[in-house]
Write a protein that binds this ligand. Sequence first.
Ligand SMILES: Cc1cc2nc3c(=O)[nH]c(=O)nc-3n(C[C@H](O)[C@H](O)[C@H](O)COP(=O)(O)OP(=O)(O)OC[C@H]3O[C@@H](n4cnc5c(N)ncnc54)[C@H](O)[C@@H]3O)c2cc1C
Length: 449
Amino acid sequence: MKDWSIEGMEKSDEYILGDKANIAVIGGGPTGSFFSIFALKMAKMVGKELNITIFEPKDFTKDGPGGCNKCGGIISELLVQTLAVEGINLPDAVVRRGINSYKLHTSQGDTSIATPYFEKTIATVYRGGGPKGMIEQGKESFDKFLLGLAVKEGAVHKPLRIDKIEYKNKKPVLFSQKHEVVEADLVVGAFGVKGGTAKIFEGLGFGYKEPRTVTAAIAEINMGDDIVGRYFGNSIHLFFIPDKNVKFAAMIPKGSYVTLCILGKDINPGTVNDFLGASVVKRVVPDVELDRIECRCLPKMNIGAPVKPFTDRIVMCGDAGSTRLFKDGLSAAYLTGKTAAKTAVFQGVSEQHFRKHYYPVYKSIVIDNAYGKRLYSIIDISRKSNIFTKGMLEVIRKEQQDSHSRKVLSLILWDMFTGNERYKNIFPKIFDVRMNCNLWKEVAKTLVY
Ligand SMILES: Cc1cc2nc3c(=O)[nH]c(=O)nc-3n(C[C@H](O)[C@H](O)[C@H](O)COP(=O)(O)OP(=O)(O)OC[C@H]3O[C@@H](n4cnc5c(N)ncnc54)[C@H](O)[C@@H]3O)c2cc1C
């Protein structure tokens, strides 16, 4: 990828946001809300007033796909803690369950990985009102909560879909259903990958291209409090099944429902039923009556960041830009939203400002994902080998039973799937000598017995 950070000098005053500058945020998901919250807080710090309008047509109180931004809804420990430090504490009404362990299910057996940290801080949430038909009093969606915070901070929410952008007087002008809605000093693209909005920006010709995506599957299964408590507890259940199209799947308990997310290749409307019929799944999950699946979708997932995410007065953040591979997209929404806000408020909104102050963070996510890809290929190879899977399970079991063990393999898997750690920091751990000795010893035992 080209290193934009070394090109050009910063432009002058024309691109510094003045008092009452107009910022248009396209998308009121987590990225749009994080950007707005931080831009408004930072502007107050320097005595500036900003007019931020968030364009978001979805009603996040609605049940079913119409009110939802379609995701597993796992908020990593790191993000829960980072937000708390920022003064954003997730209220009980938003959190559906606290998670303290992962259970790993494979064709060769199962094992648990408990949180290596003392606090139970992974949270599960719904992005909208909840699965179709679910009415739960006193609960709130994550996206509604964040959008509410942005509005409290001073942003204006307009329930409009932006469908066209033109330049007038060198500034972007936004349209919705043929009506001009704002001439902006800055446009923040926080529209994700699920709605086709990228085409509008591709059409502006500054080099932005829609991120590369894969299709995932999500299903919400109504199992009832009792079964969720008994079978799932406070654990996320991860499945590595020997199906070449399923990279991995997670079942995430939330109240009386379980959210099933499947990532892989050739995901289609039949993938969820096929997965629930797999022998590994039938062994650990009670028989699911398929009519208990009240909500299904096949959302797109960003797996490749666009090379050029900004130009003068336009910046792309969150899923519309770069996000973390296969996990923790909400942390990337926070990181890119906040960095774009910092750049806009304290530096400026020209292409050069974004190149120098926003792009290094954007690129660090892209580089980290390159390590992630390598780690997932190792997991893929081991998933397909019964001998290796058995050895890996045995090492994890021993690590979990021994309170003095360094738990290297457990930690690698915990950090891979919780989003707690950057892939780059996990990568060196796969060369840990003692862990590798233990692993190969267990693999050898499997071969002998
Ligand atoms: C199957 C799956 C499971 C996932 N699980 C997790 C997980 O457990 N934890 C995690 O951290 N991440 C997870 N992610 C990633 C996470 O969902 C995304 O990274 C996150 O939603 C990105 O937030 P965003 O605000 O950038 O985009 P989005 O959440 O997609 O929000 C974009 C918003 O923009 C609005 N919009 C779009 N076009 C327009 C327009 N033209 N005008 C106005 N508004 C518009 C949309 O209505 C939407 O509300 C998962 C993703 C997938 C696909």
